[in-house]
Design a protein around this ligand. Structure first.
Ligand code: HQG
Length: 182
């Protein structure tokens, strides 16, 4: 499979497994799992040809380990990033490191420094342990800027943090007084 097809298929799977399973008549369970056969059948109805091998290739080649296969190999889910209300993935709660980072675009700064970081349409605010990841995330929306979050101080004050299967850190909201421009 060439890189374009790979990336396009990965985006399709992200869209279906995080945001709109109903677009292909697919049902996810509350932990976000989809039956792979149903996924293949649903996709085919929309003219998109998938099979086990293609799905396996996308899962294996995902730089961010976006997808997880179940142990029986018959189910797949997105590791994080959901917006669909069907899913309430029980991420593992974890004590965060002293600082975590959030990449965004400069044009969102003013609003973020006023309201703090909000999850928007997703279930959580996404944070990373390294600044490089944050820069790449910020680049998606324009000129990137990296925000440094006082995650340990938040945790000590009762905020909950989770670490997804692919090491993305999640929390519900980051008030502005824990946010610094790096
Ligand atoms: C911004 C990708 C104005 C926030 C990445 C972001 C990530 C505010 C945008 C994952 C705001 C939401 C998630 C406020 C937050 N005012 N703007 N108060 N609070 N924002 O895409 O974190 O490649 O929903 O800074 O790697 O950018 O898809 O979240 O710019 O891990 O696997 O609102 O998506 O992963 O955008 O990205 P998103 P995100 P994948």
């Amino acid at each position: 499979m060439d890189n374009n097809t790979l990336s396009e298929t990965s985006k399709f799977l992200s869209y279906i497994l995080r945001h709109k399973p109903a677009a292909i008549g697919l049902q996810l369970d509350t932990e976000g799992w989809a039956d792979i056969n149903s996924l293949i059948i649903g996709a085919a109805k929309e003219g998109r040809i998938l099979d086990q091998a293609i799905i396996q290739t996308v899962v294996n080649s995902s730089d961010k380990k976006r997808f997880t296969l179940s142990e029986d190999g018959q189910h797949i889910r997105a590791a994080q990033g959901h917006s669909t209300p069907d899913v309430d993935l029980q991420h593992i709660e974890k004590k965060p490191p002293e600082f975590l980072y959030h990449g965004t675009a400069t044009r969102f700064l003013e609003s973020i420094l006023q309201q703090g970081l909000i999850a928007g349409s997703r279930h959580y605010v996404h944070l990373s342990q390294e600044t490089q990841t944050a820069i790449a995330v910020g680049l998606r929306y324009g000129k990137p800027v990296v925000l440094k979050i006082e995650s340990l101080r938040m945790y000590q004050q009762g905020f909950t943090f989770f670490r997804a299967e692919n090491d993305v850190w999640l929390t519900r909201h980051v008030p502005n007084f824990f946010i610094y421009q790096d």
